[in-house]
Design a binder for this molecule. Structure first.
Ligand code: G4P
Length: 297
């Protein structure tokens, strides 16, 4: 396993993730449809290019999970952007009842041509084989529990928990659950920091103050009103950026150490935790390409 942080260079690709990709490569030929779980707050950064490569050519259903935490108007744009000839996309919240029914309906729509082909060959009754993929912490275990209607998968609150592949039989489908996987190398810094914001990279390999300063920068850029409201930031404080703005937030929350200095570490952990728990409201940090220039919220 190699875990290393160099400034903003996050390198994190444990050995079990290489194994997972190999397993996916071996299984993909037996799969009828791939369910790709994305985090609705960062759809682009949670779209793993390694998974896309392995699953290319298979019908795909993208699930924008945790949509209860994301900005609904941006989620709508993503649903449109990710729906194509060989792919469909819906927004879900795996924690809510009823999420599974909407997903079943979309799966059935997506595989209708396959079922028709099977029926023509007299093969009706064969189970549909679905592979479930996603990055760590995207909510796969939660989704499976919802979809299967039972507590089958153990929801882990830490990314990087090693699990093997697992076939789950649910009425009408065979579901192949793959462990969460990140990519070998992050192409850009934004992807790595976005994954850190949502908890897909273990916090203990990150510089939380830097992550918090970056997160505040993004929220300041996209949702300044929500940031100001949550941390009671005055206009003069909102003129600051990065670590200086983190300091203002720490000051407003009374997070001081002896001598009156700001406790940056405590303030950083608080900001990241509050973002993850959607205390700042419903936020989406990435927009589909065509909407990239219209980010004013
Ligand atoms: P994983 O298997 O992909 O690694 O993810 P897992 O299901 O363990 O979910 C990771 C965290 O995300 C869990 O929170 C889970 O409750 C939460 N989660 C999953 N789906 C949704 C969703 O649609 N909306 C929201 N708001 N949260 C979701 P946790 O803090 O680790 O645990 P807990 O809150 O369940 O105790």
């Amino acid at each position: 396993m190699s875990e290393e942080v160099k400034g903003t260079q996050i390198q994190w690709f444990p050995g079990h993730m290489t194994k997972t990709l190999r397993l996916m490569e071996a299984e993909i030929k037996n799969i009828d449809l791939v369910l790709v779980l994305l985090d609705a707050r960062i759809p682009r950064s949670s779209l793993n290019p390694e998974i896309e490569r392995v699953c290319a050519g298979k019908p795909k259903l993208y699930l924008l999970n945790k949509s209860d935490l994301a900005d609904p108007s941006v989620t709508k744009q993503w649903v449109k952007a990710l729906s194509g000839e060989n792919s469909a996309c819906i927004a879900v919240s795996s924690k809510k009842q009823g999420a599974a029914n909407a997903v079943r309906a979309e799966i059935d729509k997506a595989i209708a041509p396959l079922l028709a082909r099977r029926a023509a060959k007299g093969m009706q009754g064969a189970k549909t084989r679905i592979m479930l993929v996603g990055i760590p912490n995207v909510g796969k275990s939660t989704f499976i529990n919802n979809f299967a209607g039972a507590k089958l998968a153990k929801a882990a609150d830490r990314p990087g928990v090693t699990r093997g592949k697992q076939w789950i039989t649910v009425p009408g489908y065979e579901l192949l659950d793959m462990p969460g996987v990140l990519w070998k190398k992050f192409e850009d810094r934004t992807t790595a920091t976005n994954l850190a914001f949502i908890g897909s990279i273990k916090d203990n390999v990150l510089d939380m103050e830097e992550i918090a300063a970056n997160l505040i920068g993004e929220v300041h850029r996209l949702y300044p009103g929500k940031l100001a409201e949550r941390y009671k930031l005055k206009p003069a404080q909102m003129e600051k950026t990065g670590y200086d703005l983190l300091a203002e937030i720490g000051r407003n929350r009374g997070m001081l150490i002896s001598g009156g200095d700001i406790d940056y570490e405590r303030a950083a952990i608080m900001v990241v935790d509050e973002f993850r728990a959607s205390k700042l409201g419903n936020l989406t940090l990435e927009f589909p390409a065509e909407a990239e220039d219209e980010q004013t919220v």
